[in-house]
Design a protein around this ligand. Sequence first.
Ligand SMILES: Cc1cc2nc3c(=O)[nH]c(=O)nc-3n(C[C@H](O)[C@H](O)[C@H](O)COP(=O)(O)OP(=O)(O)OC[C@H]3O[C@@H](n4cnc5c(N)ncnc54)[C@H](O)[C@@H]3O)c2cc1C
Length: 504
Amino acid sequence: MGSGRMPLTGYRVAVIGAGVGGLAATYMLARSGAEVAVFERDPSPPDDVEAAFATWKRPGASQIRHSHVFLGRLRVLLRDHYPELLEALLLAGMKEIRPLDHPPPALRGRLKPEPGDEDLIALAGRRVTFECVLRRLVERHPRVQMYSPAAVTGLLASPTRPPQVSGVWVERERGGKEAFRCHFVVDASGRHSVVTRWLSSIGCAAVSESRESSGILYFTRFYRQLPNRPAPEPGHDPWVGDWDWIKFAVFPAEDGVFSLTFAVPASKTELKSLARGMIFDRMARAIPGLRDWADAKVSEPLKSAPRPVEAMGGLVNRRRSFVVDKEPVVLRLFAIGDAAYCTNPLYGRGCSQAFLHAHELTQALVEANGDFRLAAVLLDDVARRNIEPFYRASVLADRDAIRRAAGQKATALSDRMLEIFFRNGVAIAMRTDPVVYRAFLRMINMFETPEEAFLQPEVIARTLWVMGQGEGFRRQHGWAPPPKAELYLAQLRAAGRNAQPVVH
Ligand SMILES: Cc1cc2nc3c(=O)[nH]c(=O)nc-3n(C[C@H](O)[C@H](O)[C@H](O)COP(=O)(O)OP(=O)(O)OC[C@H]3O[C@@H](n4cnc5c(N)ncnc54)[C@H](O)[C@@H]3O)c2cc1C
């Protein structure tokens, strides 16, 4: 920012929630000149990141001890606009994941540098580390006031049509309710946001909202590589896979730490036993791509993890907008992050979406220059263009996954062809063809939706070529027919019967 008056100077703001989106918005608004009070219901973290991982009580964002990856889209935003945060994250041990330097075996030596490669780098590290580093940076800002623990319990608003929000009701640990008055409020209270309830109590018209279950249960276990054991290199068997009844992935983190995650259909209740450490390990060692990671000679479960396995259900895709038929139903209230667009964690996009949304909010407010109706419309418009396509992609992929998990075939011919194209084509071509591999990296890093990345003519042509090579070629490059769940479940049942009490 130059030495002149900053564009949001003179504004007093309340941010609800100090998760990733709330912290991002607080930082960006404060850097633009606003005085920002952020209210967080959970207590503050201990100063030390390791202590935070082990002990920080975080019921408001219980995903913090699940695997997180921070996509290229987010890293580019930090690199271009908030380099001090990127630097602080790297200093705290987070790593840049450069898949172009470690491609699948068939692509080694075949990837010539191309413009745009510098963007295809994700950040790896624990979510607790990311959040603590971000929080420290935010708390140091002179225009930020952090209240934690402090719960927002409602909105202050004028009884106009539409209502104009003028502050929040806050409950601190000791003492009753206080009113905090401000020029505008940012709802960054995450996927459990109850802002629609508060809005109806101030007489607001219905907001636009859609919601669909992601249909999955999520299990994460953290490990640490044993001393002098380097991390496995990408090999024949993929580290990320989808067998319909189970999806799995490896998430490298800081300093020899990594986590493994399974996502299973909520309908497969027997797989809930993955919440037990030894069953989780057993499953990890039975999956070819995870075996090298979970091998007891290579790694051990991370001792500081408060629970052997973190489990989570009730995960939804939910989209919420305060602009209905191009008109805001409420003024001076903005929702960002999961409070506005919550997507299945499997795709790892939530933090990137939240950051992008906070950045877009700040830009909309600057551009609207005090016109809050215009700011709402601008933000809604840009989010529909930049974030909503990923929300839709998430919903479509989840509907498909739920259908497959139930053993049902796609009814429309076009859907069936698309499924074969992705399963027998893209899934292999991204391990054997440089153009499809880059398309995959652009998609996975949130620069393009799956449709944008894989339905380009050159990508289609190359994928069809791979499909034409037949099953022998597919098997040679890491494909195998997804094993039946029953085989694995029988093993887990036997393991469960012999299980010792869970220790890590
Ligand atoms: C299992 C799982 C795995 C995930 N993996 C990834 C991943 O790999 N990569 C990725 O980018 N994203 C991932 N996500 C998504 C990511 O965690 C969220 O998208 C991200 O945290 C959204 O940020 P947020 O600020 O909107 O919400 P949150 O980070 O959830 O923060 C909301 C905050 O609001 C506070 N709050 C709520 N109500 C109130 C109130 N009334 N008053 C005061 N404070 C309040 C909460 O305590 C919380 O701190 C995952 C999510 C889950 C569930």
